[in-house]
Design a protein around this ligand. Structure first.
Ligand code: FAD
Length: 452
């Protein structure tokens, strides 16, 4: 058995439902620990078919994802193909640009990476382990939580196959079948809420000379108050743009009902992008419109038999760029919990839910709040001033003050702790500013009394 360490006690057969990003990384973790792992995926093998369907062709990954990849020795190879984005490049309505670095340290950058390339690298790494097998074209139809066992429908024949095991891991995304089955359990809570905004992806190709059409080491944002477009660079010198607009209203997707509406809309709201998008009209009319949901549920496990990870447990809206960072962090922490409790899997899963749920709830809230920040505030003078103040405080008091964005993106501080720390930091700043204002007032009053 390649790369395996001590066999878990008792030897454990695991079924992972979903060979997406989280499922494939977890297969690497558990395969290395010596579990017998089967990964079942409803789609065809991307190594044969290329990536079909699926969302956004690139993703921003940061510290948490990198730490999780690093623990299974994959960070270096995977990040070879990433493009660092060192800050936000804001595009105003007149095409003026403002660059806002994420950190005073230029090495602290979020990284744009191909979603399909990342998934392939993880599938290859897990498949190289002798005790991990992949079964593509296997759609999970049902779960028997008590056995446990999973029923899969085979894509070619429609035949149903039942696979028993010791532990089922639901890594089957935001609309998880495994979670759907857990809904029938007593005291299983679950909520799913949609944004009134959806998303559509477009492309900015390379220039005629074969270069990037915009600064590549930045995440580009066109904030327009209530709606926005962003763009992330790709290795082939294209950018993937994503429009996050309301479904309805004059600045929503419904405002564009025919080809004739596309260019005027973009000229009005994103004028500097139009000359960079020669296939704008075709892309806009043919690319799908996606919706965005937050999913929260609890508990993520059932006895010692079933557990959810990634979007299946906690889908968040993408505005903090943390969805897969949190999913990969799940893999690292689930593996740690299982290793801490080698002969008490129920205890390990209980600890996993307890440790993760509070943190993924925090990032779900922060991601929703960041949407408002990105689309409405990012270009405003007050926001830019706040960012400057944060940078200055971080530069002068690095041990005491760390901006929330940096704690989330450039550290492994648990999300809930980062949020609490940021709130405490701002409370102190407001207190100090209040005391300062009172002192100044006292000095003015005193000077006035002296003079009169
Ligand atoms: P998924 O990626 O959804 O994978 C689930 C897998 O399970 C899929 O392969 C699916 O085919 C399979 N599956 C589903 N049902 C079944 C079934 N019944 N049987 C068998 N297999 C099944 N996150 C970031 O960290 N950074 C970003 O920049 C970022 N940008 C995003 C932009 C957009 C527009 C969106 C929508 C999301 C973004 N995210 C980002 C979030 C990120 O995409 C998700 O958090 C991540 O893909 C979740 O991974 P997962 O493996 O849990 O689920």
């Amino acid at each position: 058995m390649k790369n395996s360490t001590e066999q878990p006690e008792p030897a454990c057969r695991v079924i992972i439902v979903g060979a997406g990003l989280a499922g494939s990384l977890l297969a690497c973790y558990l395969g290395r620990e010596g579990y017998e792992v089967e990964v079942h995926e409803r789609r065809a093998d991307p190594r044969k078919q290329g990536f079909i369907g699926g969302r956004s062709i690139n993703l921003a990954v940061s510290c948490r994802a990198i730490t999780a990849l690093d623990q299974v020795g994959l960070a270096e190879t995977i990040l070879e193909n990433a493009i660092p984005m060192r800050g936000r490049m804001m595009h105003d309505r007149d095409g003026r640009l403002i660059f806002q670095p994420y950190s005073k340290n230029p090495d602290e950058a979020i990284k744009s990476i191909s979603r399909g390339g990342l998934n392939l690298a993880l599938i290859d790494a897990a498949d190289a382990l002798a005790n991990v097998t992949f079964h593509f074209d296997h759609k999970c139809e049902d779960i028997d939580l008590d056995l446990p066992a999973a029923t899969f429908a085979l894509a070619d024949s429609g035949e149903l196959v039942i696979r028993e095991c010791d532990l089922i891991i639901g890594a089957d995304g935001a609309f998880s079948t495994v979670r759907g089955r857990m809904l029938k359990l007593d005291r299983f809570s679950c909520s799913q809420s949609y944004l009134s905004h959806g998303y559509k992806e477009l492309t900015i190709p390379p220039t005629g000379e074969g270069d990037f059409a915009m600064e590549p080491n930045a995440l580009h944002i066109w904030p327009r108050g209530g709606f926005m477009m962003i763009a992330l660079p790709n290795r082939d010198k294209t950018f993937t743009c994503t429009c996050f607009w309301p479904f309805e209203g004059p600045t929503g997707f419904e405002a564009i009902s025919s080809e004739q509406d596309v260019t005027p809309f973009f000229k009005r709201h994103f004028p500097d992008a139009v000359p960079l998008m020669p296939t704008l009209v075709e892309d806009f009319m043919s690319n799908p419109l996606g919706s965005l949901a937050t999913v929260r549920c609890e508990p993520w496990h059932y006895q010692d038999k079933v557990v959810l990870i990634g979007d299946a447990a906690h889908a968040v809206v993408p505005f903090y760029g943390q969805g897969i960072n949190a999913g990969f962090e799940d893999c690292r922490i689930l593996d740690a919990c299982l290793r801490q409790h080698p002969s008490d899997r129920a205890g390990a899963l209980r600890q996993f839910t307890a440790q993760r749920k509070i943190n993924t709830d925090a990032i779900a809230d922060l991601a929703l709040a960041n949407f408002i920040e990105m689309r409405d505030k990012v270009g405003s003078p007050a926001f830019l001033m706040k960012k400057k103040l944060e940078k200055t405080l971080h530069a002068f008091f690095p041990k005491w003050f760390m901006p929330l964005y940096n704690m989330i993106s450039f550290s492994d501080i648990p999300y809930a702790e980062a949020r609490a720390k940021a709130e405490a930091q701002w409370k102190t700043i407001k207190l100090v500013a209040g005391i300062g204002a009172i002192l100044i007032l006292i000095v003015i009053v005193f000077a006035f009394i002296q003079l009169t």
